[in-house]
Write a protein that binds this ligand. Structure first.
Ligand code: MG
Ligand code: ZN
Length: 246
C-alpha cells in the first residue's frame, strides 16, 4: 500500500473530495466523444502516444483539439448526448449539506464541463478557479482554441491540469483527502489521496501498483463511504475510522 494517511491535527475528520470529470461524473469521456465525432481520425494516434507515456496530457489535448473542424451546433450536440452518473446531483447536495468541500479537477474543457453540469442542475455549485479546475476552451468559428490556466507553467508530468499540484494546494490541511476517478490522467493524483475511488483504467493502475482503492460504480458508493466516515464515532480515532473503510 503506497498511500500514506495524512493525519490531521487534533484527529478531526474534515474530508475533502476531489473528482475527475470525464468518465467519472459522466459515463463516457466527453472529450473522446467530441474528438471521435468532430476531429480528423489522426487524433487516435496522438492518444496512443499519450497512453504510452510519450507525451503529457497537455501536449496531447493541444494537438488533438486542433484537429476539430465543425460548427458549434455539432459540438453542443456531441456534448448533450453524454449521460451523467445518475447519482452525481444527489452527491453534490449531500456534500453541500454536510459542508464537505467538493472540487472537480479535469484535463477536459470548462466549456464542456459547465454545459454538462448545467444539464445536471448543479452548475451553480461550481465556479471556475474556485472549485472547478479544468482546461479552457474558446470557440472560434469551426475551430477550438485551448488554453491551460491551471497551472500556467507546465508541471513535470506534462499535465493539462495538474491534479496532484492542485490537491496539494486546495486541501488546506483537511483530511482525509478523497479522490474519485477513472483514467490515466488520475494516476498522479491518487498519490496525494488517503481514500481513492477508482474504476476502469485507474482501477487497473491502482491494482497493478499496489495502491489501495475502492472500486466504485456510481457516486452513491462514494456517498455511503463518506456517510460512514462522518458518522459520530466517539470511541474511534481518525486512523481507525479511515482504516475501517478498507
Ligand atoms: Mg476521467
Ligand atoms: Zn502534473
Amino acid at each position: 500500500m503506497r498511500n500514506t494517511l495524512n493525519e490531521p491535527a487534533g484527529q478531526e475528520m474534515k474530508p475533502v473530495v476531489f473528482c475527475d470529470f470525464d468518465g467519472t461524473i459522466t459515463q463516457l469521456d466527453v472529450t473522446d466523444q467530441i474528438l471521435s465525432q468532430l476531429a480528423h481520425p489522426s487524433w487516435r494516434e496522438i492518444e496512443q502516444q499519450w497512453m504510452q507515456g510519450l507525451i503529457g496530457s497537455r501536449e496531447c489535448l493541444e494537438r488533438q483539439i486542433a484537429l476539430v473542424d465543425a460548427p458549434v451546433e455539432e459540438l453542443h450536440a456531441a456534448i448533450d448526448v453524454v449521460a451523467l452518473d445518475s447519482e452525481f446531483s444527489a452527491f453534490c447536495k449531500f456534500a453541500r449539506k454536510k459542508r464537505v468541500p467538493l472540487f472537480i479537477l479535469s484535463d477536459g474543457f470548462d466549456y464542456v464541463i459547465r454545459r454538462v453540469l448545467k444539464r445536471a442542475g448543479v452548475d451553480r455549485q461550481f465556479k471556475s478557479g474556485t472549485n472547478l479546475f479544468a482546461s479552457s476552451l474558446r470557440v472560434e468559428g469551426r475551430r477550438l482554441a485551448p488554453s491551460f490556466p491551471y497551472l500556467p507553467a507546465p508541471c513535470a508530468h506534462g499535465c493539462a491540469t495538474c491534479k496532484a499540484t492542485l490537491i496539494s494546494t486546495l486541501r488546506e490541511g483537511r483530511a482525509p483527502v478523497v479522490f474519485v476517478g477513472d483514467g490515466m490522467s488520475d494516476r498522479f493524483a491518487v498519490e496525494f489521496a488517503d481514500i481513492v475511488f477508482a474504476k476502469r483504467h485507474l482501477l487497473a493502475y491502482c491494482r497493478e501498483n499496489g495502491i489501495a482503492c475502492h472500486p466504485f460504480e456510481t457516486f452513491k458508493d462514494v456517498q455511503v463511504t463518506l456517510e460512514k466516515l462522518l458518522a459520530p464515532a466517539p470511541v474511534r480515532g481518525y486512523r481507525q475510522a479511515v482504516a475501517a473503510l478498507s
